[in-house]
Design a protein around this ligand. Sequence first.
Ligand code: UDP
Length: 485
Amino acid sequence: MGSEAKKLHVFFFPLMAHGHTIPMIDIARLFAARGTKCTIITTPLNVIDFKDTIDRAKESGLDIGVEIFPFPCVESGLPEGCENVNSLPSLDFTLPFVKALQGFQEPLERLIEKQRPDCIVSDMLLFWTADPAKKFGVPRLVFHGTSTFSLCVIGNILRYAPEANITSDSEVVVLNNFPGEIKFKRSQVAKRSYENRSDFIELRKKMYETELMSFGIIINSFYELEPAYAEYYRKDLGRSKTWYIGPVSLSNRNIIDKANRGKKATIDEHDCLHWLDLKEPNSVLYVSFGSLSCFNAAQLLEIAMGLEASNVSFIWVVRMDRLKAENQILPEGFEERMEGKGLIIKDWAPQVLILDHPAVGGFMTHCGWNSTLEGISAGLPLITWPVFAEQFYNEKLVTQVLKTGITAGNEVWSEWVEPDKVSVTKDRVQEVVNRLMGNGEEAEDMRRRAKELGERANKAAEEGGSSYNDLTSLLEKLRVHSESD
Ligand code: UDP
């Protein structure tokens, strides 16, 4: 190239929810590492969680900054200070929250007018970013945050409604014209897809329409992980402009970036590493259900007793913020009895740091996509325990397609993040933990497959790998668009 290529400027507008913001920040850092100027848009309380991450990125020479829009919580009918999905008190606040976000359209227009970015990467739920993008001729990329497999299941259900004539939760839903023999019990299918909720249907319609108008879709996955579904998504579901740029968590290379990735851990990372250093390779099970899911005291008791009975070393992350009403969270004397055997982290763990430690040999997860992919990237077999959203679809990918995990056995999708029943008993917890962490043939096979997938994930993200190359081609397309403007 004769003259120096123009530096692109990209806006990143994540949904204010840890599971959406964390990968979007990783994506911004990936773009910045390729010479792009990046601006992350957020609100005053959200920036507190990831300010250190951005400061470190800047210190390392990346051109990355933050623009802050005030969040009018009270005016929007939300509790004061409720600027994040993780702080919504109940399901009833979901739609007011999503509606409140539309108030950011005007400040976004002003910012675009002033800074004239070359692209805006928008969370799928911020569908209204399509209007300012169109008004100013800025290409808009949509980020869903989940697996291609789940996007395909959702697209297939919308198109063929395979559950339409099924009346019982225990009946099986078979996906039509879909790669693989994919079946679910109706109880595992997200209820919104078969219940007439006009508000959610309207929201979904807007997300769908604006996605089709967009410049394309970026996916936190890598092509080799789910090739049949990448093709189905492109060809059958018509999403021809799709870029696979993950696993984005692999952009965190050093201890501090892995430990404080978008939110500060509630345990010192060196204490955590020291605890793990004393354990045998592959001997520790990491147990975490993400940033939102939260079990009642009875279910926590079953997990605690099952872990204790399994006799396997573990790190268990227990979310305390949603449990304030409960006095006795863990069984009496449990923490003392588990000293040395089990490490309990209250609230926020340095997850990627833990998963990457050689002592960790398995991951019990709620199948949020970030956690699932982080487990895959670390080469780990999984115990899958989905709760809500599209987590049951991610479970299916792991247990049936990739064959690197076993299910804990929850079969009932929850509308909200706190299931009210006990779905997995102590005996079942003990059984699946011993199966996954033991030396049986099934476990050895899963371990081997998981290790291979981990290696492929790392290869995809390295220079010259498929995700690296997909990002190169995306940036090239944006550059061409920008120069033709
Ligand atoms: N996470 C973490 N520490 C925790 C809980 C979660 O670092 O104690 C991170 C995790 O690594 C992942 C994200 O938060 O990147 C959670 O996203 P996921 O899609 O797995 O689940 P969600 O929280 O959205 O249900």
